[in-house]
Design a protein. Structure first.
Lengths: 490, 242
C-alpha cells in the first residue's frame, strides 16, 4: 500500500515541501488515500448510513466534554460542611459556578443518551441490510464489543453524579454478580471494593469511566474501521460492489468517501446537531429519561428508593433479566431445548449426535432443578439432592448477558441467500417487525415497576427476542427471497 | 397490506402503553403551579419568603447569595435584606443548625432545597406542581409529634412553617382540607405567596434555565442556516453521481 506512487512529491511550495518531508517518514498520503480519498464506498447509501459517522461525532463530543468535566468533578463520597456528598456537590458546582459548566454537563449527559440512540440505529441498519454477513463478520464482532464497552462506560459514568439513582442502580447491578455460583459474592465484593457501594466504588468507577473504558473503546473503534476499510462497505442492496470494477480496478458503483460522503455526512451532522441542541437547550432532562428526577437527590445508603429503574438504554436487557422468574425457568429451558432440536434434527446429523443432544438436555433438565419447579406447581416439595436448582436470579443474569452477546452470533445464524431486506422474503420482514416491537415493549417495561401482568408480557417478549436469533437458521432458509441484482440500484 | 400489518403490529403496543400508564401505582393529584419563572417581582418575593421561613432548617448550599443578581437585585440589596446567616455575598446559603441536631429534633435532617424543584418531578406533575400543592396541604394532626400532617407527603417530619400566614387547616371526614383558624393572609393571598416561593425554588433549581432557552434559540437558528449551506454544498459535489 505504501508504495512510491503514494509518496507526495513537492510542488516547490513550503507546504508541499513539508508534506514531502513527512511522507518520506510517515505514510500520511497513503493513509489519507486508503481511508478517505481513495476509499470507494457504494454510491447508494441511504438515511441509515448516517449513523456510523454520527457515532464517531458523539464519541468525540463525549471525550471533549468529559475532559472539561474531569477538571471540576471530584470523585469523593464524603460529606461536605453542608452534609452533601462532595461528588454530588461538585456536579452542582459545575452546573452553577463553572463558566459554561451547565452546557458542558448537559452536552455530556445528553451525549450519553444520544450515543445509544445513534448506536441502536446503526445496529438496526445492520439487521436491515445484512451488514454482518460474510466477509463482514469481524466488523460486526468489533461492533458488538464496542456496544458492550459502551454499556460499561455508561454504567460506570452513571454512578459519578452520586445521586440516589446512581447509587442504587449501581447497587442493584453489582449485586447481580453475587448470583453467580461459588465465586459470586466474592466477585461483587471485589468489584465494589467495599461491602456496600461507597467511596471505594466511586473512585474505581471514575477510573474505569475516564481511563480504562475510553482506551478500550478507542482501540475497538479503530479496529472496527480498519476491518471495514479492508473489506469495503455493504449497501442497501447487499451486493458486493467489488465484483464489478473498471479498468483501473475501481468499483463501478463506488465513489471516493472523500469528498462525496464527507460532504453528505456534514448534512447529517448538522441535522443531528439541531436535534441534539433542541434537547440540550430546551429539555435536558428529557422528561426524566435522560436525567432521572431521583438523581437530583444525593445518594443516601440508608434510604432505598421505592422504585429503581436503569436509564432507558439499558431497560430492554433489564426487562429480560426481570422476566426470568423461577416459574419461567422451565419454559425457557423447554424453549431452548426445542430450538436446539430444530438445529440437530436435519438428516445430515448422525443418530449419535441426536441421542447425545437429548441426553444432554435431559441431564441439564434434572440438574438445573426444573423438575423441582414443576413439582412445586402441583404442591409437591422436592428436596432431593439431585436437584441442584440454581436461583432464578442467576438465570436472569445469564439471560441478560446472552441477550446482548447473542447479537454477535448473527453472521452464523443468518442462512438467507441474500443480505438485504429488499430481497428477503415476507418471513424476515414480519419477524424483524415483531422483534422491533418486542424490543420496544421490553424497553418500556424496564422503566416500570413489575406487576404480574407486565412480567408475563416481558416473558413473552423475551422469548420473541431470543426466538428472532435462535430460530433464524431455520426461518432464513425457508423464506422466499427475490434474486439480488447484479449492480446496486438507485 | 403493509398498512394492515403495521396496525396489527402496533395496536398491542399502544394498548399496552395506554393501560400501563394508568395502572402506575397510587394516584397523586397535584395542583398546577402558576408559571412565574420570568416574573422578577414574584421571584424577589419568593426569595424573601425563602430566607425568612425556609433557610433556618433547610440549606441551599449550592446557591450563592450574589447569584440573586439574576432576579434584579443589587449586591447591596441582597446584603441588607436577605443575608441573615452569611458574612460575604459570595457565600452559599448555609444554615447554622448541624445535621446531628436536626436529626435529633425532627427525626431526619431537613434536605438541602437548592434543587428540590428538580428532584420532586414525577409522572404526576412537575417539581413546582408538587411543591405548590405540598405547601398548601398541611393540616392539624394531634397524632403527629409536630402536630402537623400533610396530604401530599404522608406523616411528614416537617411542621407547617408557614402556618401563621395560612392559618390552621383541618382535614374533614371527606378528606378535604379547610381553614379553621384564619392566618395573616386570605386563602387567595396565601396561594399567591406560595406560588412566588415555588417560582423562586424553581429558579434556584436551575438559575441558568431562561438564558439556556434564549441561547438555544440562537443556536438552532444558526444551525438551520448552516443546514442550507451544507445541503447546497452536498448537492454541488453530488451533481455528477447518478
Amino acid at each position: 500500500m505504501a508504495g512510491s506512487e503514494n509518496k507526495y512529491k513537492s510542488d516547490g511550495t513550503l507546504i508541499g515541501g513539508a508534506l514531502e518531508w513527512v511522507d518520506a517518514r510517515f505514510p500520511a498520503t497513503s493513509l489519507w488515500k486508503e481511508h478517505l480519498s481513495e476509499y470507494y464506498a457504494p454510491k447508494n447509501f441511504n438515511f441509515w448510513y448516517f449513523f456510523g459517522s454520527l457515532a464517531l461525532l458523539v464519541l468525540v463530543i463525549q471525550i471533549v466534554t468529559g475532559i472539561f468535566l474531569v477538571m471540576h468533578f471530584k470523585p469523593d463520597a464524603s460529606l461536605n460542611a453542608a452534609g452533601v456528598p462532595v461528588a454530588f456537590a461538585s456536579v452542582e458546582y459545575i452546573m452553577r459556578d463553572v463558566e459554561w459548566g451547565w452546557l458542558i454537563r448537559y452536552m455530556h449527559s445528553t451525549g450519553a443518551s444520544a450515543f445509544f440512540v445513534v448506536v441502536y440505529l446503526h445496529m438496526f441498519r445492520g439487521l436491515l441490510y445484512g451488514s454482518y454477513r460474510k466477509p463482514r463478520e469481524l466488523i460486526w464482532i468489533f461492533g458488538l464489543l464496542i456496544f458492550l464497552c459502551l454499556m460499561g462506560e455508561a454504567f460506570f459514568g452513571y454512578l459519578l453524579p452520586w445521586g440516589q439513582m446512581s447509587y442504587w442502580g449501581a447497587q442493584v447491578i453489582v449485586n447481580l454478580f453475587s448470583a453467580i455460583p461459588v465465586i459470586g459474592p466474592d466477585l461483587s465484593l471485589w468489584l465494589r471494593g467495599d461491602y456496600v457501594v461507597g467511596d471505594a466504588t466511586l473512585n474505581r468507577f471514575f477510573s474505569f469511566h475516564v481511563i480504562a473504558m475510553p482506551l478500550v473503546l478507542l482501540g475497538l473503534v479503530a479496529a472496527h474501521i480498519i476491518a471495514l476499510h479492508e473489506v469495503g462497505s455493504n449497501n442497501p442492496d447487499g451486493v458486493e460492489i467489488k465484483k464489478n470494477k473498471d479498468a483501473n480496478g475501481i468499483p463501478l458503483d463506488g465513489i471516493p468517501f472523500h469528498p462525496y460522503y464527507t460532504m453528505k455526512d456534514i448534512v447529517g451532522v448538522v441535522v443531528f446537531l439541531i436535534v441534539f441542541s433542541a434537547i440540550i437547550f430546551f429539555a435536558p432532562e428529557f422528561g426524566g429519561y435522560f436525567l432521572e428526577f431521583n438523581n437530583f437527590i444525593p445518594a443516601d445508603p440508608l434510604k432505598t428508593p421505592p422504585h429503581i429503574a436503569p436509564v432507558w438504554y439499558f431497560t430492554p436487557f433489564y426487562s429480560v433479566l426481570r422476566a426470568v422468574t423461577s416459574d419461567f425457568v422451565p419454559f425457557l429451558w423447554l424453549f431452548l431445548a426445542a430450538v436446539g432440536w430444530l438445529c440437530v434434527r436435519p438428516a445430515r446429523f448422525p443418530l449419535i449426535v441426536k441421542l447425545g443432544y437429548l441426553g444432554f438436555v435431559g441431564a441439564m433438565f434434572i440438574l438445573l432443578g426444573v423438575p423441582a419447579v414443576l413439582a412445586s406447581w402441583v404442591g409437591i416439595k422436592l428436596t432431593s439432592i439431585v436437584f441442584v436448582g440454581l436461583e432464578a436470579k442467576f438465570w436472569g443474569v445469564v439471560a441478560m448477558g446472552a441477550s446482548v452477546v447473542i447479537i454477535g452470533a448473527l453472521p452464523w445464524l443468518d442462512h438467507s441467500p441474500v443480505k438485504s431486506i429488499r430481497y428477503k422474503g415476507p418471513i424476515y420482514k414480519i419477524v424483524l417487525a415483531v422483534f422491533v416491537v418486542a424490543f420496544f415493549i421490553l424497553g418500556y417495561l424496564g422503566v416500570l415497576a413489575p406487576t404480574p401482568m407486565r412480567t408475563l408480557v416481558s416473558q413473552i417478549c423475551s422469548l420473541i427476542y431470543f426466538g428472532f436469533f435462535l430460530l433464524m437458521p431455520w426461518y432464513s432458509q425457508i423464506d422466499k427471497c427475490k434474486p439480488e441484482p447484479e449492480r446496486v440500484t438507485g | 397490506m403493509k398498512k394492515t400489518l403495521t396496525v396489527l403490529l402496533f395496536a398491542p403496543l399502544f394498548a399496552l402503553l395506554t393501560t400501563t400508564a394508568h395502572a402506575a401505582g397510587a394516584e397523586l393529584h397535584l395542583d398546577h403551579a402558576p408559571n412565574k419563572r420570568t416574573d422578577n417581582a414574584a421571584l424577589q418575593n419568593g426569595a424573601k419568603l425563602f430566607v425568612n421561613y425556609c433557610l433556618n432548617c433547610h440549606s441551599a448550599s449550592y446557591m450563592r447569595y450574589n447569584r440573586l443578581q439574576d432576579i434584579g437585585l443589587s449586591e447591596a440589596q441582597i446584603r441588607d435584606n436577605l443575608m441573615f446567616t452569611a458574612e460575604k455575598v459570595g457565600e452559599p446559603m448555609r444554615i447554622a443548625m448541624t445535621r446531628d441536631d436536626a436529626k435529633a429534633w425532627f427525626g431526619a435532617a431537613p434536605p438541602d432545597l437548592t434543587i428540590v424543584a428538580r428532584s420532586r418531578a414525577s409522572e404526576f406533575g412537575s417539581g413546582p406542581d408538587w411543591l405548590y400543592t405540598y405547601l398548601r396541604s398541611f393540616y392539624r394532626d394531634e397524632a403527629r409529634p409536630t402536630g402537623w400532617n400533610n396530604t401530599v407527603f404522608e406523616n411528614v417530619g416537617m411542621p407547617h412553617a408557614l402556618w401563621e400566614l395560612q392559618g390552621i387547616q383541618v382535614k374533614g371526614a371527606d378528606g378535604k382540607l379547610s381553614v379553621e383558624v384564619p392566618g395573616k393572609m386570605t386563602p387567595e393571598q396565601y396561594d399567591e405567596a406560595v406560588a412566588d416561593l415555588v417560582a423562586y425554588l424553581q429558579y434556584m433549581g436551575e438559575p441558568v434555565s431562561e438564558f439556556r432557552k434564549s441561547l438555544g434559540l440562537m443556536v438552532i437558528v444558526f444551525l438551520g442556516i448552516l443546514l442550507v449551506f451544507a445541503y447546497a454544498l452536498k448537492r454541488e459535489y453530488w451533481k455528477d453521481i447518478h
